[in-house]
Design a binder for this molecule. Sequence first.
Ligand code: ATP
Length: 441
Amino acid sequence: MADDVMEKIVSLAKRRGFIYPGSEIYGGLAGTWDYGPLGVELKNNIKALWWRMFVQNRDDMYGMDAAIIMNPKAWEASGHVSGFSDPLSECKICKHRFRTDQIADPKVCPDCGGKLSSPRQFNMMFKTSVGAAEDESSVVYLRPETAGGMFVNFKNVLDSLHPSLPFGLGQIGKAFRNEIAPRDFIFRSREFEQMEVEYFVRPDTWAEHFEAWRKAMWDFIVAIGITKEKVSELEVEDGDRAHYSKRTIDFEFEYPFGKKELYGLAYRTDFDLKAHSDTSTKPLTYAEESEEPFHPHVIEPSFGVDRTVLAVLTSAYAEEGEGDEKRVYLKLAPMVAPIKAAVSPLLKNKPELVTKAREVYLALKKEVPQIMWDDNGNIGKRYRRQDEIGTPFCIVIDFDTLGEKPELTDTVTLRHRDTGEQERLSISDAIARVKDATVLR
Ligand code: ATP
């Protein structure tokens, strides 16, 4: 059943233009995915809501967009060059490679039963080189997380905006990891996006800020339309945490292929600012008036964009009825739905209906840009098509709109995706309704 749901989501995502396999016409490239016309809208809406909630709506947060390629010393300081690795085992028979900690028996190949090599540490950072020379001095990495770009700009932001503690930096952007075994659709890929916060606090206040961010993460989970009951917290045990972290909570989601990490929340102590201060020899410290300068401590809420997209799609996927009556719909939160409303003339071969519908379409599009014109097939088919991509509203222009029943002149039918209910509203009320339900807050 679970595989079945996953198959349905992957197939719908491809068929309707949400997500395609990367470089598909060349046979694909493992661990890469391309977002299509609807997928990019969904993803942009998710990122916009995150930015609104965690950067724009708060006085203590500042946005950033740092370079993906950084001076490699930054990754030496953070410990990624020496330690950002997973254990890798290779089958001596079929040569398939596995992440040793993800297979049942570390000695036996899950594919052919052959003997596995003993594990070796495999660094997951993608290496490339800058400039014309390709030698050791030109080696750089594609960032494996967005965090580094924020730590190295701590002092810049302090100098330009003079925030007082506590304050944080937020960033959304691509990250790259040469995963040994990319799998489960967009859950584990080699190129993905993160939305991260580095929140700087006084050392003795870390616990209260950790709690506040924990709550803020739940608020986001609910706002974005992820089924709350499918999310649970996992307190990461001492031995399993990164050495610098004093507390980590993983937020896990019940994906169709199992309960897996959706987000992470970590208390990173003063590890990062200290390490970058030491390596760069620039003091990344903070002090107020007569205070001794110190390295602020860090709370890091980390969100994967693609894992959010998959959790949102899984939460939204719904089926109703049987056979010809079967209806598939995505009950996406209107704020994240890729298309907010579809506008249709009841019949496409009646020019007077088409002209009026076009007028309504343009008036609505001025207020809410993510609107679709849909005049293909009959109304029932149009509703089904819009349901399948999660469009919360359909607006239909008919002869009553044109004044066939004078009291209904300039009114339209507004149909709701989840219930199938229809209302008769004035054009301006229908536009206001769509705008109100879909605007970011
Ligand atoms: P995992 O244990 O699943 O490999 P992680 O603990 O290494 O994940 P973090 O380093 O905490 O992940 O990264 C922060 C967030 O980035 C994760 O919570 C997840 O949402 C996202 N993320 C990490 N790796 C990937 C990936 N390969 N593909 C998609 N998203 C990812």
